[in-house]
Design a protein. Structure first.
Length: 159
């Protein structure tokens, strides 16, 4: 809804009360980074945020993958969580760099002899990720409903 439509709705309804910040926003941590783009990290209520990074002695495994470019703060935070054994969910705009986190998670899983299923919402994206991951990891399969390639691969791209 555009801001003009929203403003018109607010003006036409004298009982309209603008939404206030939810109490859950107390669990949102704003990362320090350039002002051009903001990234928030949210934690569940009552979650004790572990101190990071863990000392090298506590994490004997080497990084699952290294990148030839500087990572954005949200990518670094997600990778730190993955290395600490935590789950992550990355939500960002198109071309923000979400796939970098996915590549790291896939590399971690394959390094640890686990199977990966990567899902995407549309067939074109599944096909694109299949090609990209095939170059990167080689043992990659694809299932889109009408196409099935190597369904028992270590990394399966699914629609």
């Amino acid at each position: 809804m555009s801001s003009l439509k929203r403003k018109a709705l607010e003006d036409s309804n004298p009982e309209f009360v603008p939404p206030s910040k939810s109490p859950r926003e107390a669990a949102v941590v704003r990362l320090d980074e350039p002002a051009a783009c903001l990234h928030d990290v949210s934690y569940p209520d009552g979650y004790a945020v572990p101190t990071r990074p863990r000392p090298a002695s506590e994490n004997p495994k080497p990084p699952a993958r290294e990148f030839p470019f500087e990572l954005d703060p949200f990518q670094l935070e997600a990778i730190k969580c993955l290395d600490s054994g935590e789950s992550v969910m990355v939500s960002a705009h198109t071309s923000a760099g979400k796939t970098v986190v996915a590549l790291y998670a896939i590399a971690m899983s394959l390094r640890d002899q686990q199977r990966v299923i990567y899902t995407s919402p549309i067939k074109a994206l599944s096909n694109q990720k299949y090609r990209e991951f095939k170059e990167e990891f080689s043992d990659v399969g694809l299932m889109t409903g009408d196409v099935t390639i190597e369904p028992n691969a270590s990394c399966l791209v699914d629609l």
